[in-house]
Structure formats: structure tokens, C-alpha cells
Write a protein that binds this ligand. Structure first.
Ligand SMILES: Cc1cc2nc3c(=O)[nH]c(=O)nc-3n(C[C@H](O)[C@H](O)[C@H](O)COP(=O)(O)O)c2cc1C
Length: 371
């Protein structure tokens, strides 16, 4: 019954470990409860990134891949409860499947926000237990929560009880003095028992003192084997690996061991790699054949946003890496950087930048997606 409900996407990916993906997934429960059937899987997702993965950026990514699961930037419970909720929760319908990432540590507040996530139409709500910034630590959320698995379990239980969309957790393999694999499983076990079946694991620990968030994404060494081992030890859980992954071939390698791959910086800095995701990982048709197709698809969106008073630069800042590796890429970037921030900047700025690189893509097909 469940297998029949799986999208062709999931079925076509049998070589990978999708078969185990949803065994304990809340979505499966949703099916039993009459909620919509699974419309996405977690083979490939794009990471939550503050200041980067906003709704304009996600719309742009969606022109490159239909299948990737997209994550919002982290939004704190405080911002949703006391701030401009409409603004923080807004997304374009085209972005589905899209997950809202929350930062917080108060079970009642997180439950409230998880309910809003469902009401707003998000496909998943994720709790951030991996972000190491000072601001986040003083608010008692993010990576410092790894020291408090029972509190995270309480948060997750409150969220699961409050909504019918999957509640997932993104975390590190440890923080500070947490050195052992046993401490990592000690974090996961109570949270899984509380109803979370999807763990997105950034495969490096975080040092909460002495390293900046940026350094915490680069300096602690990656430890992929621990993440693979989690899947072996908890086969009923969906384990998604994250950290330092580039390109489709690397994704395929990880998917031999885990259920899904999440990519952050590479997707942002070299978005054209996303054009290979649907065909290379999901066995589906590509969304676009060239970068020019992406710009052509983006123009109506940009025009619509400009009409609503959105500043051009708020959208085009996310596309600077699109032509990376193609002749004219530098001119494309420079044209946008020098003009899109101007108050009166209109669609002609994007078109002007495009003129610098247009058609080069087809002429330089040999550059390929990985350049
Ligand atoms: C600019 C930036 C902002 C980030 N913001 C968040 C965030 O809001 N929430 C979160 O869980 N992780 C955040 N991260 C971490 C990423 O989600 C991801 O775990 C990390 O970059 C490692 O993946 P990568 O090597 O594929 O980039 C951020 C990363 C970057 C580069």
C-alpha cells in the first residue's frame, strides 16, 4: 500500500537506500491518518543558510531542480511569536517541497511555531541543533542543545504532538568535549523515542568557544564514517548526511550508506550543479538544459517582484554564481554587483548582465555541470 503511494521519484531510486527512508517517517503515519501522500523524499536537500536560503533564492533553485527538498533560513521562535510572522513565514507555492527551520528550546513555543508551519503549508518543520554562533548560544538554541538531549526530546515531542507534518532535527556529530560516538547516539536515542525519525547530521563537531560560525564549518574535521554508522545502528531512522559535499558523484557515493544528502555552500556558490540533481539522482528529466533557460525562467518572477517593490539586488545577489566557469562569468557578476543595488535598478540590469554571457553556455557545453 505504502510502496504504491511512493512517487515515481522514490521508486526510480531503488539503487539507493530510499527503501528504508520512510519506515518510521511521520509522513507515513500521515498517510494512515488520511493526510496527503508522500510527495517528496530526502535523497537530496539544500541546507538552511541564514541570509542565503531566503524565498527568492529558493525560487531560483527551484528553476534548477524540481525534486530537491529546500530549507528556509533558521527562524527563531521569538521572531515568529513577537515579530512579523507573515514576513518570516512567506514562501512561493513553487518552492514545495519546503521545510521551515526553527531555532528555539522552549517546548511550548516550538509547538506553537510547528503548528504555524503546518498551517502555512510547509512540508516539514526542522529544529536547529547545529548552529554554533554566540547569538544562538545566548538564546539557548542551536548547537548548544546537543548538551541537552532530554530537553531536545521534550521540544520534539511537543512539536510532534502539535502538528501533522514531519518534525526533523539537524545537528552536529558533537560539541566541545563530546568526543565519543556513544555521546552522539546518546543524543539521538531520546529524540528518536520522542517521535523524530529524520536526523540531518552535519558530519563535524562544533566548538562553541573560540571558533566563529564560519570556522566551525571548516576547521573541525569531517567524520563521514560516524554518520554511516548511525544508519547501520539505527536502520529504522532516516539519516541525511551534510558537510563538505560537492557534486552528484559525491552524493551517489554517500547514498550507498545513508538515506539522503544535504548540500549547502556548493549549491549556493555553484548553483548550476543543481541542474544535474533531478536526472542524476532521481532519474527524472532535467528542468533546464542551459543556464540561459534559468535566467529566462527567472525574468517573469523578477518582474513580478519588482512590481511589488522588491529591490532587484535582493534577488540577483543569489544568482552571481550561476555562470561560474563559463566565459563572461566575471562580467555577468560585475554587471550585477555594480548595478543591481541601485535604487532605480530594473529588469534591464538583469538583462544587461545576461547579455555578457548569453549563449556562451551552449558554446561551452564541455564545461559541464561540475565546473
Ligand atoms: C551562510 C550560511 C548560513 C547558515 N545558516 C544556517 C542556518 O540557519 N541553520 C542551520 O542549521 N545551518 C546553517 N548553516 C550551515 C549549513 O546548513 C550546513 O550545515 C553547512 O554549511 C555544511 O554544509 P556544506 O558544507 O554543504 O555547506 C549555514 C551555512 C552557511 C554557509
Amino acid at each position: 500500500m505504502y510502496a504504491e503511494n511512493l512517487s515515481p521519484v522514490a521508486l526510480c531510486c531503488v539503487p539507493y537506500r530510499v527503501s528504508g527512508e520512510c519506515v518510521n517517517d511521520p509522513l507515513r503515519l500521515n498517510i494512515a491518518q488520511g493526510f496527503p501522500i508522500l510527495k517528496f523524499n530526502r535523497l537530496f536537500s539544500i541546507a538552511p543558510m541564514m541570509d542565503w536560503s531566503d524565498h527568492h533564492c529558493r525560487y531560483f533553485w527551484r528553476l534548477l531542480t524540481k525534486q530537491a527538498l529546500l530549507y528556509t533560513e533558521m527562524v527563531t521562535t521569538g521572531a515568529l511569536i513577537h515579530g512579523d510572522r507573515e514576513r518570516f513565514l512567506h514562501f512561493n507555492p513553487e518552492e514545495h517541497p519546503v521545510a521551515l527551520q526553527l531555532g528555539g528550546s522552549d517546548p511550548a513555543e516550538l509547538a506553537r511555531c510547528a503548528r504555524w508551519a503546518e498551517e502555512w503549508g510547509y512540508d516539514e518543520v526542522n529544529l536547529n541543533c547545529g548552529c554554533p554562533s554566540d547569538r544562538v548560544q545566548s538564546g539557548m538554541f542551536g548547537a548548544c542543545l546537543m548538551a541537552q538531549p532530554e530537553l531536545v526530546a521534550d521540544c520534539v515531542k511537543a512539536m510532534v504532538d502539535a502538528c501533522n507534518i514531519p518534525v526533523t532535527v539537524k545537528h552536529r556529530i558533537g560539541i566541545d568535549e563530546m568526543e565519543s560516538y556513544g555521546e552522539l547516539t546518546g543524543f539521538i536515542e531520546p529524540i528518536a523515542a520522542a517521535g523524530c525519525s529524520v536526523f540531518i547530521v552535519h558530519a563535524r563537531k562544533a566548538w562553541l568557544q573560540g571558533l566563529s560560525p564560519k570556522q566551525n564549518r571548516e576547521i573541525p574535521p569531517l567524520n563521514y564514517p560516524w554518520v554511516y554508522r548511525l544508519k547501520q545502528d539505527f536502520p529504522q531512522l532516516t539519516i541525511v548526511i551534510n558537510g563538505g559535499i560537492h557534486g552528484i558523484e559525491e552524493c551517489r557515493g554517500h547514498l550507498q550508506y545513508v538515506d539522503g544528502v544535504m548540500i549547502g555552500r556548493e549549491a549556493y556558490q555553484n548553483p548550476w550543479m543543481l541542474a544535474e540533481v533531478d536526472s542524476g539522482l532521481f532519474g527524472m528529466d532535467k528542468m533546464v538544459d542551459s543556464r540561459d533557460d534559468v535566467i529566462a525562467g527567472l525574468i517573469p518572477y523578477v518582474e513580478g517582484q519588482l512590481d511589488r517593490g522588491v529591490h532587484l539586488n535582493h534577488i540577483t545577489r543569489h544568482i552571481l554564481g550561476l555562470y561560474q566557469g563559463v566565459p563572461g562569468a566575471r562580467k555577468f557578476r560585475r554587471h550585477l554587483s555594480e548595478n543591481a543595488y541601485k535604487k532605480e535598478a530594473g529588469i534591464e540590469v538583469l538583462i544587461g548582465a545576461w547579455e555578457q554571457v548569453k549563449n556562451h553556455d551552449a558554446r561551452s557545453a564541455s564545461y559541464g555541470a561540475s565546473v
